[in-house]
Design a protein around this ligand. Sequence first.
Ligand code: DOR
Ligand code: ZN
Length: 405
Amino acid sequence: MTTITNVRTIEGDTISLAVETPQDRIIDANGCVAFPAFIDPHVHFRVPGAEQKETWETGARAAIHGGVTTVFDMPNNNPPCTTVARVHEKKKLIESQLQTAGIPLRYRLYLGADSASVDEIQKAKDLIVGIKVYLGSSTGNLLIDSQETFERICEIAARCGIVVAVHAEDESLMQQNVLRYGNADDVSYHSKIRTRDCATVALERALAATKKYGNRLYIVHASTAEEVAMVRAAKKEGINIFLEATPHHLFLNESIYPSLGTRAQMNPPLRTAADNEALWEGIADGTIDTIGTDHAPHTLAEKNQPYGKTPSGVPGIENYLALLVHAARQGILTYDKIVDLTRSNVERIFDVPANNDIVLVDVERSKEIKNSDQFTKCAWSPYAGMTLTGWPAYTILGKNIYPLV
Ligand code: DOR
Ligand code: ZN
């Protein structure tokens, strides 16, 4: 048994924690604040097919260092995770890599929707956390551009009680913009190709199907004020819709393009400071339910190519706790709200069983984010150079205590 003394609760009380470890020990937490360990409902750990970017060995280490003990992994792998057989194969690879890492990270997998394997959804229902639909193409080749197929998916998901997670960018609008700007060689065009209209038109499509079939709809990575307003209105109407925001759409905007270049390229793209503001308002009033990092590692060699050749995506899992706690210290949100966004709401929306995992956060510790300190295999962060106060000191996953400093 390990006794952890001198732990502060979010409410400000001082308590001790007991963890059932094989050895007897006492750890002085020195006033660290205990948060329920985070669940990241949106990661791309790249297995199988892109292990040069991330594996479950490196991804699990990054997660633990970010205070995360549960991840939901996306299906845009190579081959994409679109069948029951591929879910099983992927799980086998994951189990073996977690074994090597010595970290029993908790995880759930999304099934990817593609028009050839819609029938797999029902067969996979007890194996998966949800069905992921790309209404616009992104990394990988998963795409549902036909509304008819999308509606079929929503109908099956409603029947099976499965969450439909939607990447809401409209493919045909994007293709029109590609024709216009296809030769662009500057990353700022990314926001002109993947316009805010692409997001709102796709969200309209998702809402229309959900109104028809009554499935649970989870919109990933909201980027615009309009999406927040639309979801706010849809919730008032009683639609079963949930909204996720990423750390990068909350903390970064287009003004970072000159300094970050294609390291700031992701789908959907960065927007304006006013959109950052609208997302924070969505968090304050409960329109935004969760934070998903969309941890989408790509190597620097891949990211350093000219715009047009570069893949979209940024890593995020190991720094978002600090971004959120730092923001809370500045009065932008409360510790309780952090718990809602990173744990309680995720458990409720996806119906995942509760656990006792905890992250102990040293809310006084300031640290500069450096690429060389990252545990993700891609070894860089879009937040490099930022100094944040409030870092995880211990992550407790089941009976395992991971000291982080
Ligand atoms: O920026 C992104 N990267 N958006 C996505 O939708 C996919 C992700 C990836 O897998 O690289
Ligand atoms: Zn994603």
